[in-house]
Design a protein around this ligand. Structure first.
Ligand code: KIV
Length: 286
């Protein structure tokens, strides 16, 4: 468990020492605070918030303003954790200067420590422009949910020699453009292992096996409160959905049966006011 806020140097040192980096998504103050208390190394305010928080069917409609609002809440909940803002679809695609403008918003308005964006060679100039502005960029290749339509759905990537080679070239392009870390999603472990041998920056994985420098998971997946779909690569550590439904059912039952609120949940009239209070009530209730 981290006893101080970690920075980029710490992550490079962890990679060097073979110590795994732990990363989880959070979108609000309480989850960020729980993650910090648990000792997580990094938090991602993923654009997965579109599905987890707003109930959209994917990530493409998530806006910059939504991302900033959630980054601010997470920053307040986890002041001592390395927080990464996720650049939403459209915020870095139009031009290098738009990419820098929006990355700067994450830093200035939400005080995050780094930004993440999706894509390899095709976004190399954006990674370079944002890095040149002094902002820590984390690349994201493999299954990139913002381009799931172009990828033919939420499918594992790099399963043929040709597509694996394209991903290796993407990884190299991301590193050469100035990204300080790289996330690979839904690719075979053998390919992730090869990418780890080819690039020098810390390699994080989601659905990419254990032979990477660290793992990221979506909080709603591992805690069991996101029910729309669960990818194969998720391990559930809790079933908060069940816990929450049971608690709300118990509350409903207690209210219906007048078991809640009980005396201990109420406030009393001040003892020295009781006589005056009863006299006052007589004016209204005969
Ligand atoms: O938005 C997100 O939560 C992500 C994860 C897939 C890591 O990018």
């Amino acid at each position: 468990m981290a006893d101080k806020k970690l920075n980029l140097n710490d992550f490079y040192q962890m990679k060097q020492n073979g110590e795994k980096i732990t990363w989880i998504t959070a979108y609000d103050y309480p989850m960020a605070s729980f993650a910090q208390q648990a000792g997580i190394d990094m938090i991602l305010v993923g654009d997965s918030l579109g599905m987890l928080v707003y109930g959209y069917s994917g990530t493409v409609s998530v806006t910059m303003d939504e991302c900033i609002i959630h980054c601010k809440a997470v920053r307040r909940g986890a002041p001592d954790v390395f927080v990464v803002g996720d650049m939403p679809f459209g915020s870095y695609h139009t031009s290098d200067s738009d990419a820098v403008f929006n990355a700067v918003r994450f830093i200035k308005e939400a005080n995050v420590d780094a930004i993440k964006l999706e894509g390899g060679q095709r976004v190399a100039s954006k990674i370079k422009a944002i890095s040149d502005a002094g902002i820590v960029v984390i690349g994201h290749i493999g299954l990139t949910p913002q381009s799931s339509a172009a990828l033919g759905g939420f499918k594992a990537q790099g399963r043929t020699a040709e597509s694996a080679e394209a991903l290796i070239n993407d990884a190299i392009a991301v590193q050469n453009s100035g990204a300080k870390m790289l996330l690979v999603e839904a690719i075979p472990p053998e390919l992730a292992k090869a990418i780890k041998q080819i690039v020098n920056i810390p390699l994080l994985g989601i659905g990419a096996g254990a032979d990477v420098d660290g793992q990221v998971m979506i909080c709603g997946d591992i805690l069991g409160y996101f029910e729309a779909f669960t990818p194969k690569f998720v391990k559930k550590y809790a079933n908060l959905g069940e816990v929450i439904i049971k608690a709300i059912k118990d509350y409903i039952e207690d209210v219906k049966n007048v078991k809640f609120p009980a005396k201990e949940h109420t406030y009393s009239i001040l003892p020295e006011e009781k006589t005056k209070f009863d006299a006052m009530l007589k004016k209204y209730i005969k």
